[in-house]
Design a protein around this ligand. Structure first.
Ligand code: GDP
Length: 257
């Protein structure tokens, strides 16, 4: 109300003016130009309001839970599976990890090592075996929380999509979460839209936020899919997982611009 009045009296810049002035800062923060352009016509009065209303913060409900992690290669899925496992273990729940990435060399050992280090059971088969069968066995452990790691490819791939759909049919997950690297850039939202269309996702965990503090990728992901961000990854250690805090994110982003 006062903002509007100040604006009418010429004492305060309109959102359009603010955006025009800071367009390149916003692009530099990783926000896609089409999202920024859209804000000009959005009716929001401040940049803070525009960013806040584009973002969605998600919270997982309490266990029992079955979670399938999906995403492209190297986005941080295996590490994030371990981080989530530790998160729930610390809260007193029994946890099983399913090594359903039977494609990438080393992924099964990577998950096993994580499992040993945090004292969580890892269900595995051989490389090249059916990921849905691994996922099925992981669910059969009956743990409070079952987290299934899946394979990625460099880009979105038809076989992968079919494989993931099958894993989902077998697991019937409470959450299918896409793991996205914050440093991916604007193509992350296109990848997310494809995964959502083909496999169906409930939201995101955004990794490597320690390397990309401004994290415009988060804005793009929420805008492209209308799905929330549950957690952010803030480092390589298994403790480096934080619930996504929308208010803090908005404040930090606006301050940095
Ligand atoms: P996957 O191929 O999707 O399973 O990816 P990985 O879990 O193997 O992760 C790829 C690399 O990203 C590894 O070196 C991880 O340690 C690293 N990584 C994962 N999450 C984070 C994070 O939040 N911050 C940083 N700095 N590195 C991360």
């Amino acid at each position: 109300m006062f903002d509007r009045l100040r604006q009418l009296l010429g004492l305060k810049k309109s959102l359009r003016e603010v955006i025009e002035e800071h367009f390149f800062d916003l692009v530099e923060a990783g926000i896609s130009p089409s999202v920024i352009e859209g804000w000009k016509e959005s009716g929001y009065e401040t940049l803070e309001e525009a960013i806040r209303n584009t973002l969605l913060e998600g919270r997982l409900r309490d266990p029992p839970l079955k979670i399938v992690l999906v995403g492209i290669n190297g986005s941080g899925k295996t590490t994030t599976a371990g981080k989530l496992a530790l998160w729930f273990k610390k809260r007193g729940y029994s946890v099983s990890l399913g090594a359903a990435d039977t494609f990438r060399a080393g992924s099964i050992e990577q998950l096993e090592e994580i499992g040993i280090s945090i004292g969580v059971q890892v269900v595995k088969h051989r490389y090249g075996s059916d990921p849905a069968a691994v996922a099925f066995d992981a669910v059969r452990t009956g743990s409070d929380v079952v987290i299934v790691d899946t394979a990625g490819r460099q880009e979105v791939n038809r076989n992968l999509m079919e494989e993931l759909k099958k894993v989902k049919r077998v697991v019937k997950p409470d959450y299918t979460i896409m793991v996205v690297d914050a440093t991916t850039g604007v193509e992350a939202s296109e990848q997310a839209s494809t995964f959502d269309r083909e496999v169906g996702i409930d939201g995101f965990i955004v990794t490597r936020m320690d390397l990309d503090r401004k994290g415009g990728t988060i804005v793009n992901l929420c805008h492209a899919t209308g799905k929330p961000v549950y957690f952010i990854g803030t480092g390589e250690k298994l403790e480096d997982l934080e619930p996504f805090d929308r208010e803090r994110f908005v404040k930090e982003l606006v301050r940095s611009i």
